[in-house]
Design a binder for this molecule. Structure first.
Ligand code: TMP
Ligand code: ASP
Length: 234
């Protein structure tokens, strides 16, 4: 028995009659540019579920609390119920995407230090960039929660950059979302996948992520499958 609670652009959340958990279904639907571009990527849901599960398990082992409980079926994940903080936390190691455009940098320019950014999660506003003052002023998170998100995001960056390098992938940048559990703990939520990260091949810099869909580069399904092959099957 499962009841749909909410359908987002890439996932559906179902109530499964538990106070502590719900079910996340990973869809094949893909959107970009605040849903102005829409499509489907065959097998994206199962790939992203597997990749997220593998990376959440890896991060748990490194001491980062995540919402992951278990994988079920082909494209579903049992996850802890959290009160989600409506802020996207972006971490960047190399200039790409919106940073390259905004600051006029060539894509691929290494950054002299890691960049941390916050965006308010609201499609109707185009997910505007915000800072800690906005987050506090709007009461989206407390200072302690902002500090916890920042510390965890930088730790995730250190752990994942190293881990991915071992699998032939460069972690260019990524987006995380956090929630708060009933005990007030900040927990890593949502997903970590080629939808939410830029992964480049370590040797060739070939893009192996959603930029292939955003920029119509072709080989989209193949890229997701290649990341899945490297992170889940080996
Ligand atoms: P950006 O360069 O477009 O700002 O994206 C930075 C990172 O955040 C990139 O790895 C893709 C990810 N991202 C999302 O997960 N969701 C989004 O809505 C956007 C815009 C970016
Ligand atoms: N997922 C985002 C959207 O459709 C954008 C992106 O990932 O580029 O709004």
């Amino acid at each position: 028995m499962k009841e749909k609670l909410y359908e987002g652009k890439a996932k559906i959340i179902y109530d499964i009659g538990s106070a502590d958990t719900f079910l996340l279904e990973f869809k094949d639907d893909a959107t970009a540019f605040n849903a102005q571009k829409r499509g489907t990527i065959s097998q994206k849901g199962p790939r992203n579920r597997d990749i997220s599960a593998a990376l959440f398990r890896y991060l748990e082992g490194k001491g980062v609390p995540t919402q992951y409980v278990e994988s079920v079926g082909e494209r579903e994940m049992v996850a802890k119920r959290l009160r989600m903080i409506p802020v996207e936390v972006v971490v960047r190691n190399i200039a790409a995407g919106s940073l390259a455009k905004r600051l006029g940098l060539a894509e691929g320019t290494p950054l002299k230090r890691t960049v941390l950014e916050f965006y308010y999660k609201d499609d109707s506003l185009g997910d505007p960039m915000v800072n800690e003052y906005h987050i506090r002023a709007m009461d989206w998170a407390t200072q302690d929660e902002i500090n916890a998100m920042s510390d965890m995001a930088l730790k995730v960056n250190d752990c994942l950059s190293e881990h991915l390098k071992g699998h032939g992938l460069k972690l260019v940048d990524f987006k995380l979302e956090f929630g708060v559990d009933r005990d007030g703990r900040v927990i890593l939520g949502d997903e970590i996948s080629p939808d939410t990260c830029r992964f480049w091949d370590l040797k060739t810099n070939e893009k192996l992520d959603k930029d292939r869909f955003r920029q119509d580069l072709g080989g989209v399904e193949e890229a997701y499958t290649e990341v899945w092959r490297r992170l889940v099957t080996v």
